[in-house]
Write a protein that binds this ligand. Structure first.
Ligand SMILES: [Zn+2]
Length: 310
């Protein structure tokens, strides 16, 4: 955490100081609203129009505040002013309408891997799931609350991903779940590539057994800037691997169209511990009598795959 604090101290400008003024917020808002309705090439707002929309008659006063935003949040171009990328991000965050509170949705029942298998459309379960004779778990359900889609079993949250309220507003719950699944898969893909989904710096992953989370086998992710940014079941590390994607594709299943919580290899039953020091796991996939064994190292990296017929 030392490097994190040092980086904070080195930041030259306090963004909230330059934003702590109603006129400056109005300038951002005016440029943001213009950008929402403008064409891709017409995002600039002429100086006179901008000042008129912000509603400041005193030109000197307006210029002063505009200057405070220049470079970092607002830039001047050939035909007027526009938001920088940082300005766009800030304006989006402070866009109150985009975060206006919304009704909680759900819970609604969602299918999990075993239900999918019963319907015959998700592929075979790991061999011991149905034979184990254990009491069935509570059914999975989904809720949308505080801008977060959560997949829960009983009181336990298995997966969670934010969907901004504006993105949720015009979608029904089923479409919203599809969106959450897609966003989640993209987030995992970034993490697997070593990219923090929030700040884009390099993240560290580590495979663990018996963590505090809902899974026995999981990986944790740590960002030097953002801190711990969660983790997921170890099987998640397979979701976008080409050997896994093509294994499913060869059995007429496009993994992109699966809600990830319905995928059978994201579950502890599919995992076998090969070695504990360093940790090495095997995750077994089975479809129509074909198997794919995937080996993960202690960074949750796929290091080997083996495909065979039963
Ligand atoms: Zn980060």
């Amino acid at each position: 955490m030392t490097s994190q604090h040092r980086k904070r101290d080195e930041r030259p400008v306090d963004p909230f100081k330059s934003l702590g003024n109603e006129t400056r917020l109005e300038i951002l808002r005016a440029l943001y609203e213009h950008r929402q309705t403008a064409s891709a090439t017409g995002e600039q707002l002429p100086y006179s129009t901008l000042r008129e929309r912000v509603g400041v008659e005193d030109k000197g006063n307006f210029n002063y505040h505009l200057r405070q935003l220049r470079e970092q949040f607002v830039e001047e171009a050939a035909e007027g002013y526009r938001l920088t990328f940082a300005g766009f991000e800030i304006a989006k965050v402070i866009d109150i309408d985009a975060w206006r509170s919304h009704e909680k949705r759900g819970p609604v029942p969602v299918g999990d891997a075993s239900e999918g298998n019963a319907a015959g459309d998700t592929g075979a379960p790991p061999a011991d799931t149905e034979a184990s004779g254990e009491t069935p778990d509570a059914p999975m359900k989904a809720v949308y609350e505080d801008s977060i889609v959560k997949i829960e079993r009983g009181e336990t949250t298995l997966f969670a991903h934010a969907v901004r309220p504006v993105g949720a507003a015009d979608r029904n719950m089923s479409d919203l779940l599809d969106v959450a699944s897609t966003l989640w898969r993209h987030t995992i893909e970034q993490i697997l590539e070593g990219i923090c989904p929030y700040c884009h710096t390099t993240v560290e992953r580590s495979l663990t057994i018996g963590s505090e989370g809902p899974w026995e086998y999981s990986f944790a992710v740590e960002c030097p800037q953002c801190g711990p940014i969660g983790g997921s079941h170890a099987g998640t590390a397979l979701l976008t691997h080409p050997a896994v994607v093509s294994f499913y594709w060869d059995h007429d299943i496009d993994l992109r169209n699966r809600r990830f919580w319905e995928v059978p290899f994201i579950g502890d039953e599919a995992v076998t511990v090969l070695d504990e020091e360093p940790l090495e796991l095997r995750i077994d996939l089975e479809l129509d009598g074909d198997t794919l064994a995937v080996i993960l190292d202690d960074d949750a990296r796929v290091v080997d795959t083996k495909r065979s017929n039963l």
